[in-house]
Design a protein around this ligand. Structure first.
Ligand SMILES: Cc1cc2nc3c(=O)[nH]c(=O)nc-3n(C[C@H](O)[C@H](O)[C@H](O)COP(=O)(O)O)c2cc1C
Length: 475
C-alpha cells in the first residue's frame, strides 16, 4: 500500500514533533510505505520537514494555497485558514495528490498530519516498469535543482560523466538532427575568462534594476563557474542534417528546442548521479563562443557548471530567497483552447480572475518595492527611461522594444482582466508591495487590464496607488 502524508506545519516545527505525529497517525495501518509527503508552497525549506521526508525516503511535493483552498476537505479549520490562507493544508494536500484519505487530520501543537492511500490504478505502472521505478522517474524530475552552492571538492569520474552525456545525447531532436555538441571545460584559466564575462553581465543586470530589487539581487548567487570541477558548454549547429531535415522546414526554432532538450536530459541524468548542475546565461553568447573557439556556424545554447553535491534543496533557490515563486499548474493548463483553464478532470472555466478573488488576502507577506505600472495603447520610448516603470502595451501592434515592455494584446475584456491579474501577481512575487497604476489609454481592454491588476494586487496583498488624473500623462 502506497501512502501519502499531507502535512501542515508552522515555521520552526521540530523533526521530533512531526515524527511523533506521523508515527501516531500511521499506527494500526497495515505495513505500508510512505511514498509522498505533500504540503503547502513555502514550507519545503523547513529543516524538520526535510529531515522527516529524508527519513521516510519519500518525495516532497508542494501545492499553492490556492490549489489547496479549492479542495473540499472533511475538516476545514478557520484557524488554519487564518494562519495559512487555506482552510486545510494536510487533508487538502492529500486529496490534491490523488490519494484517498484514510486517516483524518491529526493535530499536535504546531502541526497537522493527514494520511491518504494512493488508488489501485495509480499503482499500475507502464508495461516493463515497476511502480517504484515509475515513481523514481517522477522523483528525479521533482528533485532536479539548479545548483549554485554546496559543491564538493571531488572530480566527476569519467564513467559517470559518460553516462550523463549518453543520456543527453539520447534527447529527441527535430528530424533526428542531433544539433548539439558538448564542450567539456576543466581548465581554470578558461573558466576564469568565462567567469569574468558572467561577472560583467551580472553588473550590467544589477545596474538595470530599481534599488530594492537590486539589493535582493545582490544576495543571489548566479553561477558556480569556478566552484565546480567541470563546466559544459552545450552548443547548437542550426544547419546540422543538411537541407531536408524532417520537421525543421516549417519551424527552424525546433533546432534550438532540440539542443535545449539535450540540456534537460543532461540535467536529469546528472541529478540521478548526485551531480548538481547550474545553468548560467549571464553572457553575450558570442563572447563565450570566442573564448571556446567555436566555429562561426556553431552557437552557444547553455553553459553548465557541474559537480558533486552533498544534497539538493527541496525548492528552487529563487523561491527560497523570495526572488520569485512558482505559477500554479491550474493556471497553465487550458482545455481545448486558450482560456479554458482547468486541471485534467476538472471542469474548465475557473479563470485566473476568479481564483485571484477566491485567494484574496491569502498571501500576507509582500515586498516593499513600488512599481510604476503604465497601461498604454502604444509604449512610448520615454517610459523606458525610468527603471522603476513597467509598461504594459495593450495595442495589437507588437512593440519594437524587446525588453521593458510587456505586450499584452487582449482580444476581449475578460482576457484583459486575466492578463492584469497575472501582471500584478508576477510583480508581487518579485517583491513589489505597491503598484502605482497609470492608465494611459481609454480602451475597454486597457480598463479591463487595469481592473485585473487591481484584483490581482488585492489577492496578493499589494496596494494599488492611483493618481487622480489617469489619461494622457507622459512618464
Ligand atoms: C535557460 C535557463 C537559463 C538560466 N540561467 C541562469 C543563470 O544565469 N543563473 C542562475 O543562477 N540560474 C539560471 N537558471 C536557473 C533557474 O533560475 C532555475 O531553473 C529556476 O529558478 C528554477 O529552479 P530549479 O531549476 O531549481 O527548479 C537558468 C535556467 C534556465 C532554464
Amino acid at each position: 500500500m502506497s501512502l501519502v502524508l499531507g502535512i501542515g506545519l508552522r515555521s520552526g516545527t521540530s523533526y521530533r514533533e512531526l515524527r511523533d505525529l506521523v508515527d501516531a497517525a500511521l499506527t494500526g495501518l497495515e505495513p505500508a510505505v510512505v511514498t509522498e509527503v505533500a504540503t503547502v508552497d513555502g514550507r519545503e525549506a523547513e529543516p524538520g520537514l526535510q529531515r522527516l521526508v529524508a527519513s521516510l525516503g519519500a518525495s516532497l511535493f508542494t501545492a499553492t494555497k490556492l490549489e489547496l483552498s479549492q479542495q473540499s476537505v472533511p475538516t476545514p479549520s478557520d484557524q488554519v485558514d487564518h494562519l495559512a490562507g487555506t482552510a486545510s493544508v494536510a487533508e487538502a494536500a492529500v486529496m490534491l495528490s490523488g490519494a484517498e484519505l484514510v486517516v483524518p487530520k491529526q493535530v499536535s501543537a504546531r502541526a497537522t498530519v493527514a494520511v491518504g492511500r494512493l488508488p489501485e490504478e495509480a499503482a499500475t505502472a507502464a508495461p516493463g516498469y515497476a511502480v517504484g521505478e515509475r515513481d523514481v522517474v517522477h522523483r528525479v524530475l521533482a528533485e532536479r535543482r539548479d545548483v549554485r552552492r554546496g559543491f564538493l571538492d571531488r572530480p566527476v569520474a569519467d564513467d559517470v560523466l559518460t553516462r550523463v552525456l549518453e543520456s543527453a545525447h539520447r534527447a529527441p531532436s527535430v528530424g533526428l538532427s542531433q544539433p548539439w555538441d558538448f564542450v567539456l571545460i576543466k581548465e581554470v584559466a578558461t573558466r576564469r575568462k568565462v567567469r569574468d564575462l558572467a561577472a560583467a553581465q551580472r553588473d550590467a543586470f544589477a545596474a538595470s534594476l530599481p534599488a530594492d530589487r537590486r539589493s535582493a539581487f545582490d544576495g543571489l548567487k548566479i553561477e558556480a563557474i569556478l566552484d565546480t570541477p567541470l563546466n559544459i558548454a552545450v552548443t547548437c549547429d542550426p544547419g546540422r542534417g543538411g537541407r531536408h531535415v524532417l520537421g525543421r522546414h516549417a519551424d527552424p526554432r525546433t533546432t534550438w528546442f532540440s539542443a535545449a532538450i539535450a540540456v534537460q536530459n543532461l540535467w536529469l541524468a546528472a541529478r540521478a548521479e548526485g551531480l548538481g548542475v547550474g545553468w548560467v546565461s549571464f553572457f553575450e553568447p558570442g563572447e563565450v563562443a570566442a573564448v571556446l573557439d567555436l566555429p562561426s556556424h556553431v552557437e552557444l545554447v547553455g553553459y553548465l557548471c557541474v559537480g558533486h553535491v552533498g544534497e539538493f534543496a527541496a525548492a528552487p533557490e529563487l523561491v527560497r530567497s523570495g526572488w520569485a515563486a512558482r505559477r500554479p499548474l491550474s493556471w497553465a493548463v487550458h482545455q481545448e483552447a486558450w482560456g479554458q483553464r482547468g486541471l485534467p478532470g476538472v471542469d474548465p472555466g475557473a479563470v485566473i480572475a476568479d481564483d485571484a478573488a477566491a485567494a484574496a488576502g491569502a498571501v500576507r507577506t509582500v515586498g516593499a518595492q513600488a512599481v510604476h505600472l503604465i497601461v498604454a495603447e502604444v509604449a512610448s520610448a520615454a517610459y523606458l527611461e525610468h527603471a522603476e516603470a513597467l509598461v504594459v502595451q495593450v495595442g495589437a501592434e507588437k512593440p519594437a522594444a524587446d525588453y521593458g515592455v510587456l505586450w499584452r494584446p487582449a482580444r476581449t475584456v475578460d482576457e484583459a482582466v486575466e492578463l492584469g491579474v497575472e501582471v500584478a501577481r508576477d510583480l508581487v512575487l518579485q517583491g513589489v508591495g505597491t503598484i502605482r497604476l497609470e492608465l494611459a489609454s481609454d480602451s475597454a481592454e486597457a480598463a479591463g487590464l487595469a481592473r485585473g491588476v487591481r484584483l490581482g494586487a488585492l489577492a496578493c496583498g499589494a496596494a494599488v496607488d492611483e493618481p487622480l488624473q489617469m489619461k494622457d500623462s507622459s512618464a
